[in-house]
Design a protein around this ligand. Structure first.
Ligand code: MIC
Ligand code: SF4
Length: 645
């Protein structure tokens, strides 16, 4: 029986567990990446493990999220990460060099390799044929220390691409179509593997747009084959040496198949407030818009920017619209400057932003009250833009650019003529914003520079014999990590300070939650399905840990968040019977008797007693050997420390 591409790469990297569907496997990690909003914690955790130098083939620390620097906090974090990188053997991509995923694809990604990153859009690397997975900072720290990364052997979905995209229909429309069909929960426990004739009609940046936004499916990752197009891209980046051809065997067996005829796709938009709330631009109609933002790790490649410049050439941004453009990397920005496209954008009236995440994570450019914002980004969760009632639509760069000119949502197929982008034979390469680490012989002389905002990892404790506490919060379905631990210009600077950032935990849903949780001392959170979807931020687990949350009981979890809860020593529980959700109310006293014994014995079905109404609720506690030991120890840090003894 033949193998899928995913299986081939996983098989070459498996170091622990049974290589069988549904089993937990440990894989060797070749590369890691961090960004600054999750990086400070990841490096503090790495330090706490006591490993002097990273053991990966390549580890890179990027600064791209917190570049606003409205106070000392961001700049202090940058210095800390830069110095930790230098000491411990990590390459450091300075602020201004670009968004981690875009830069990694350009300068470091390599087909056939494994990459984990403390950012949920790490699967961007799948566009170049790598198994690239988003993870919590602690998992990345362990991988840097040479430890395996654990995933459940995934189901593999074949997305068979046929035909070729019509003019002005974009790679973004491909992934929006996949989201429309599969939903934000449709990828949980799965890897999405693209194949078929249509693959070769897509360039590497287009493939990366598709794998990037596979994160919104909840998928473990997404991957494209590595072929001639990949080789040419790598050659143009002067990295042809890392090229290897890779594809699935012709007789590979998949768990599911989805077919997409590229010729039939039309421009799409994800409507507020979910990436799977997809409609055609025709269905939405000529809606008046207030803002257009072009950029983010989904759509900020040179190709995307050249399309935008072509559409804006000789035009003026509509007087009622604010257009901002953030090219994805220094390389992209530099090439736009050299070929004149930047001048076209400036001429048209675009507001050019730094090569960074910027508005995507609410760092500036929040829309006006109730404002309609078209964005080429990947997430449109409520409030994420920084304006609570902002209405964000996710669209392709083509749709965004033409709409910025017309002032209303516009189908780009109304543009006359066609645009073909010739991939450059050579990109402009200047890695002077990537600082290499100090040689090992000099590492002892490197001083780690810490600012006053950097506070240690919160205290943990081994799992208690019995948990009895109040229900401090009850929430519904599809809670995102942006609900649990909001980002944005005010809160992001506190990422290195868990006590301070905890005061904002869940405040989007319930302003009183942090105070209530602190007053209760210990508590439990109850939620609906797909709890914790979205980002990889472990702060969405560390803040609840700091606030005394001992267990989270929900209908179902998103993958990375569940792992982050376990890493923080918080028990992840699910309802056996979802209707029991109604048997718990805010403030009820909940008890898990003899929980330590039950977990240690590997019991999966447990009884939770609601002492307030006397109901007995059956809950699942599905922990494997390793995750069980992590929970018993009080989290991954304690577990790792113990196993290093
Ligand atoms: C996001 O897009 O939500 C982020 C900000 O990049 C997060 C990481 C973070 O919260 O720091 C992600 O996607 O993992
Ligand atoms: Fe940055 Fe946005 Fe990409 Fe997250 S999704 S890495 S915030 S650009």
């Amino acid at each position: 029986m033949g193998l899928t591409l995913t299986e081939k790469i996983l098989k070459a990297h498996v170091v622990d567990g049974e290589f069988k569907k549904g089993c937990e496997i440990g894989i060797r990690i070749d590369q890691t990446l961090t960004q600054d909003a999750t990086g400070t914690m990841a490096y503090l955790e790495f330090e706490a493990m006591g490993v002097p130098r990273v053991k990966t083939e390549r580890s890179v620390a990027y600064i791209d999220h917190n570049t606003l620097q409205s106070g000392f906090e961001n700049a202090d974090d940058h210095r800390f990460i830069g110095s930790a990188a230098k000491k411990h053997g990590i390459y450091f991509s300075r602020p201004g060099n670009g968004i981690c995923h875009q830069v990694h694809l350009e300068r470091f990604g390599a087909p056939g390799k494994t990459l984990i990153g403390s950012d949920s859009h790490t699967p961007t690397g799948g566009g170049i044929g790598m198994i690239a997975i988003g993870a919590g900072g602690l998992d990345v720290a362990v991988a840097m220390g040479g430890g395996a990364y654990y995933i459940t052997y995934p189901k593999i979905v074949k997305v068979e691409l046929k035909g070729k995209l019509s003019p002005w229909v974009s790679a973004k429309d491909v992934i929006l179509e996949v989201l429309r069909r599969l939903s934000v929960k449709g990828g949980v426990g799965k890897v999405i593997e693209y194949c078929g004739e249509g693959v070769k009609t897509l360039s590497v940046p287009e493939r990366a747009t598709i794998t990037n936004m596979g994160a919104e499916l909840g998928a473990t990752t997404s991957i494209f084959p590595s072929d001639e197009t990949t080789r040419e891209f790598l050659k143009a980046q002067k990295r042809e040496d890392v090229y290897v051809p890779l594809s699935a065997d012709p007789d590979a067996v998949y768990d599911e198949t989805v077919e997409i005829d590229l010729c039939k796709l039309v421009p799409l938009a994800a409507c507020p407030h979910s990436p799977d709330n997809v409609k055609t631009t025709a269905e939405i109609g000529a809606m008046k818009i207030d803002q257009v933002c072009i950029g983010s790790c989904t759509n900020s490649s040179l190709m995307d920017m050249m399309k935008v410049a072509h559409i804006l050439k000789g035009k003026t941004v509509h007087p009622d619209v604010s257009l901002s453009i953030a090219p994805g990397s220094k390389q992209v920005l530099n090439m736009l400057a050299q070929n004149g496209a930047l001048s076209v954008m400036i001429d048209a009236g675009a507001r050019i932003l730094e090569s960074a995440c910027g508005p995507c994570i609410g760092m500036g450019q929040s829309p006006n009250s109730g404002g309609i914002s078209l964005r080429t980004f990947n997430r449109n969760f409520e409030g994420r833009s920084g304006t609570k009632d902002g209405q964000v639509y996710l669209v392709s760069p083509e749709t965004a650019a033409i709409s910025a000119v017309t002032g209303v949502l516009t189908d780009p197929r109304t543009i006359e003529g066609e645009f073909t982008f010739e991939m450059p034979e050579e990109f402009v390469i200047n890695d002077n914003m990537i600082v290499p680490p100090a040689p090992e012989s000099e590492m002892n002389g490197v001083e780690i520079l810490r600012g006053p905002n950097i506070k240690p990892f919160p205290a943990t404790a081994p799992l208690a014999d019995t948990i009895e506490c109040g229900c401090s919060l009850k929430v519904g379905d599809n809670i995102t990590t942006d609900h649990i631990m909001p980002a944005g210009a005010k809160i992001l600077p506190l990422r290195s300070n868990i006590p301070a950032i905890s005061n904002f935990c869940f405040t989007v849903c319930d302003e009183k939650f942090p105070t209530r949780a602190k007053e209760m001392g210990q508590s439990m959170i109850v939620g609906g399905s797909n709890y914790g979807q979205g980002s990889s931020r472990e702060h969405a687990a560390l803040a609840p840990l700091y606030l005394g949350v001992k267990a989270v009981l929900v209908k179902s979890f998103a993958r990375i968040h569940r792992a982050n809860l376990i890493n923080a020593g918080i028990l992840p529980l699910t309802f056996v019977d979802e209707s029991d959700y109604d048997n718990i109310s805010l403030g009820d006293t909940l008890c898990l008797p003899d929980i330590r014994k039950a977990v240690a014995e590997g019991k999966t079905e447990l009884t939770l007693i609601n002492k307030t109404n006397g109901k007995e609720i059956r809950v699942l506690c599905e922990l494997t050997g390793r995750t069980k030991d992590i929970i018993l120890a009080g989290g991954l840090l304690d577990y790792t420390r113990e196993s290093l003894k």
